[in-house]
Design a protein around this ligand. Structure first.
Ligand SMILES: O=P(O)(O)OC[C@H]1O[C@](O)(CO)[C@@H](O)[C@@H]1O
Length: 517
């Protein structure tokens, strides 16, 4: 480590107080020279993407999340309208909810939001809430899974009386995601049980003509906001998906969009040496030899950014984790992302980072401002914020001394603008990296295999359910009756037992276990 090296590697955007320190990634001149053709191609791919090329060839779609924060860049008037009109409509809607012009049927005003979604249709709003939702006008709670107990806990927190003043946002781009559908059905059941009209409390955000959009029409939802097919789920936080809840929460969405637009403006420039998104992408490439050989550990030193690691996990892993490259060659690409927050992680897994398997590089996120208002000294001469900074600097140094590389991103404070800056940075870094390694970052074919297998399992389960009788039978016998896979049938039976639907009599091995009513 040397000040000289730090000083020459530091990339700064003083206009908004951002910096990226890649000095501890050791990117040397020969690596950068060797990458030049790929860098030029990545800039060209990006320019094509932003001007409306079909950048997601497998799905035949444009990729437009960069237009969401600068509609002037949209490739045509129709798309421009698809951005500006919903933006205006959602602001009007939020105003009406705040003033009571849109109100619950039982009177009063809406006091909280229940957001039902999963993946990109929940993670962005969760990040926004955690990072910049403190003191929000409307608090927000989530159903982001099909776990019945999780939903029960959330409903219990709201309480039957609370439901009367809860506005439900059901978010699904495809409109057919089972977890989200289940959450909506469970929420509707709770409203029905409380004698309330679910539709009069509900808003949908979904693609036109989707199952969800039809459900919303049938059940008289308050309104529906559109989601366009050129916005991917994991990059939807600046579309209606993220902006409707944020505006309802009273978050300054114009600032949020402006932060991303400011980062876009800097990282659209084709000077690689001063482009933070390209620098990130090159650092990832160098760390993992362009094959994702090193994991990315994300360590924001700020409680409010704790979900940023999880958010990046989806953004990076769903975008870059691909079997085939754009030429159809098997490449099994990806970068594993995990993390939580500093300095908390110091007391969890940093031990392994420092001394264990050297299979990662770290990404520190420094927030310069410790807190608003007065502070105290926790000991003579030092504040809590000093400690946070000390632990960040100390961990970064200790890791480098044991041969572990790291990046450090710094922002002045966590505001809507700065959250936009961070999201804009990583979105573009993902786009660049995808070009560097020649993959489509905008589809997710791998997710379908698990969904299809779950469908087969659920089908077997419904048949197994009707085959359990008073006579004890083992999995093999029932599998024969339902024409199903024996192990699948065994798991179905065990699941039914776990939920009190059938009895089990344990044998020496699962093959010998028997089940009855
Ligand atoms: O918004 P939808 O269509 O419900 O999808 C939710 C999530 O499911 C995925 O399609 C696949 O997991 C994600 O890309 C997406 O964010």
């Amino acid at each position: 480590m040397s000040f000289e090296k730090y000083s020459s590697a530091l990339l700064r955007y003083p206009k908004f107080g951002f910096s990226l320190d890649s000095s501890l990634m050791d990117l040397d001149a020969s690596f950068l020279d060797s990458m030049q053709p790929k860098i030029e191609k990545a800039f060209a791919d990006m320019a094509a993407l932003e001007s409306g090329a079909i950048a997601n060839p497998d799905e035949g779609r444009m990729v437009g999340h960069y237009w969401l924060r600068n509609a002037d860049l949209a490739p045509n008037d129709e798309i421009r309208r698809q951005i500006t009109e919903p933006l205006k409509a959602l602001k009007d809607f939020a105003d009406k909810v705040h003033t009571g012009a849109v109100s619950p049927p039982a009177g009063g005003i809406f006091e909280r939001i229940l957001l039902i979604g999963i993946g990109g249709s929940a993670l962005g709003p969760q990040l926004v809430d955690q990072a910049i939702g403190q003191g929000a006008r409307l608090p927000i709670v989530f159903f982001d899974n099909t776990d019945p107990e999780g939903m029960d806990h959330t409903l219990a927190k709201i309480g039957a009386k609370g439901l009367t003043k809860t506005l439900v946002l059901v978010i699904s781009k495809s409109g057919g995601t089972p977890e989200t559908r289940n959450g909506m059905i469970e929420a509707k059941a709770a409203y029905d049980a409380a004698g309330l009209d679910f539709g009069k409390h509900a808003v949908a955000i979904t693609g036109e003509g989707s199952k969800l959009s039809n459900f919303a029409k049938e059940h008289g939802f308050i309104t529906t906001f559109p989601m366009e097919d050129w916005v991917g789920g994991r990059t939807s936080v600046m579309s209606t998906v993220g902006l409707v809840p944020a505006a309802l929460q009273g978050i300054d969405i114009d600032e949020f969009l402006a932060g991303a637009a400011a980062m876009d403006a800097e990282t659209r420039k084709t000077d690689a040496s001063n482009n933070a998104a390209m620098r990130l992408a090159l650092s990832w490439y160098s760390a993992g030899n362009g094959k994702g050989e090193k994991d990315m550990v994300v360590l924001p030193y700020k409680d409010s950014l704790v979900l940023f690691s999880k958010y990046l996990q989806q953004l990076v892993m769903e975008s870059l984790g691909k079997e085939l490259d754009l030429d159809g060659k098997v490449v099994n690409q990806g970068i594993a992302v995990y993390g939580n927050k500093g300095s908390t992680d110091q007391h969890a897994y940093v031990q392994q980072l420092r001394d264990g398997v050297p299979n990662f590089f770290a990404t520190f996120i420094e927030v310069r401002k410790g807190r608003d208002g007065d502070t105290i000294e926790v000991e003579p001469g030092n504040t809590s914020a000093d400690y946070l900074q000390g632990f960040l600097r100390g961990t970064r140094k200790a890791l480098y001394e044991s041969g572990r590389k790291s990046l450090t991103i710094s922002i002045p404070e966590v505001t809507p603008f700065q959250l936009g800056v961070l999201i804009g940075l990583f979105e573009r870094a993902v786009s660049f990296y995808a070009s560097l390694v020649n993959i489509n970052a905008y589809h997710q074919p791998g997710v379908e295999a698990g969904k299809a297998a779950a469908g087969v399992f659920l089908d077997v389960l419904s048949r197994v359910r009707s085959r359990v009788t008073g006579d004890p039978k083992n999995a093999e016998q029932i599998a024969y009756e339902v024409d199903g896979d024996e192990e699948d049938v065994y798991h179905c039976l065990n699941h039914l037992h776990g939920n009190g639907e059938v009895q089990i009599s344990l044998g020496k091995t699962p093959k010998e276990d028997t089940f009855s009513l």
